[in-house]
Design a protein. Structure first.
Length: 370
């Protein structure tokens, strides 16, 4: 099978994956999939997913889907990064037991022959499985002869915000899965502890944002240019043209640290979801903006420092309403009447106003550990 044929097979499999299980299909958007004939089968170094065309050609569709989910889960659950100084083979067996346990919960997906499986352990985290493996006599360590968790440098993954990237991916996948209502997400995989080990549970307000941004989680149209360079012409999500208005509270009650967090979070929105149409306003009792913002440019210098009124922002955007307004604030100020034609997401600082004091919109508390 040629490289082009391999890419076409993978493309078709990923489109099917996104249709059948949007949770895993969304995670796949974050996977850099590459052809590598030096590998006997497939594997990941935590940053990229490598596949051998000859191996792929011998898999039927259920096994190909199972293989892709297997490797994507290794990446999303940070198995390369979390290995540390542990024995690579034993860690690989433990990680395979966990991800293969998840895959067996999926209909129409199967595991390649010889895959490691242990029903008694698959609900645990990889760390827990790793500690229990030496004492078990029902698992053959000869079962896994090919390590698919490839060598990597943990420090390099940390430097590239590897964990943050996949935490965002899981949050987005959960939001799409929950909104869709017919796909499999974390909670329906049998309560696996592995996701808790990979990411600290939190709102997260970013998950609420995803639920607004994804209008129809399984409706895809066009092609996403972010993935063309990979040779995988993945359909673009319909929600990516959403228009949002973002307000950052720059009043005197907002500390420098909180203001820095606001700016970092807005930058994170742009980096994670680059195809939205976003306008930024700085607000105290006056309004500064709008500024057209995108992921290719730094945010303009904040302005403000006076009292707080939320009214100017909402008065301004009423003239050309967005689909969504996002307001980063401590919540201390004068509120307007409820907007009628668009959703509002309030992102409130940890020490900000009580949620029940906000008269309208959806309220999320910013977690400084996100």
């Amino acid at each position: 099978m040629s490289d082009l044929q391999t890419k076409d097979r993978i493309k078709a499999a990923l489109i099917l994956l996104r249709s059948q299980h949007p949770f895993f299909g969304t995670l796949a958007l974050y996977a850099d999939i590459r052809i590598d004939t030096s590998l006997e089968t497939a594997g990941t170094d935590g940053e990229s997913l490598f596949v051998n065309p000859s191996f792929i050609s011998g898999l039927d569709r259920p096994k190909l889907l199972g293989l892709l989910v297997h490797e994507i889960l290794h990446m999303a659950l940070l198995h390369n990064l979390r290995r540390g100084t542990r024995d690579p083979l034993l860690w690989n067996i433990a990680a395979d037991i966990v991800v293969n346990g998840m895959i067996t919960k999926l209909t129409n997906y199967t595991l390649p022959s010889g895959a490691v499986f242990c029903n008694a352990l698959c609900h645990l985290s990889v760390e827990e499985v790793y500690e229990q493996l030496p004492a078990r006599n029902d698992i053959s360590f000869d079962q896994l002869t090919l390590i698919d968790l490839l060598p990597t440098t943990p420090a390099s993954l940390l430097e590239k915000d590897h964990a943050k990237k996949w935490k965002i991916a899981i949050s987005q996948a959960r939001a799409i899965s929950d909104k869709n209502g017919r796909s499999i997400g974390i909670d329906s995989l049998g309560g696996f502890r592995e996701f808790d080990a990979a990411m600290t549970p939190s709102l997260s307000w970013q998950e609420l944002l995803w639920s607004f941004l994804i209008a129809t989680p399984c409706d895809f149209q066009g092609y996403d240019r972010r993935f063309i360079w990979k040779g995988l012409y993945l359909d673009a999500m319909e929600g990516e043209s959403l228009k949002i208005a973002i307000a950052i509270d720059t009043s005197g009650s907002v500390s420098k640290d909180d203001l820095s967090l606001f700016i970092a979070e807005v930058t994170g929105i742009l980096d994670t979801y680059p195809h939205i149409s976003a306008e930024l306003y700085y607000c105290d009792s006056e309004l500064f903006g709008p500024y057209q913002i995108d992921s290719d440019h730094s945010l303009p210098q904040p302005q403000g420092g006076g009292g707080t009124s939320f009214q100017p922002f909402f008065t301004k955007i009423e003239k050309d309403p967005p689909e969504l307004a996002v307001y980063f604030t401590d919540g201390f100020g004068h509120f307007p009447a409820s907007p009628q034609d668009y959703e509002t997401l309030w992102v409130i600082t940890q020490a900000g106003i009580e949620s029940d004091a906000i008269p309208f919109g959806t309220i999320a508390r910013m977690n400084i550990h996100n």
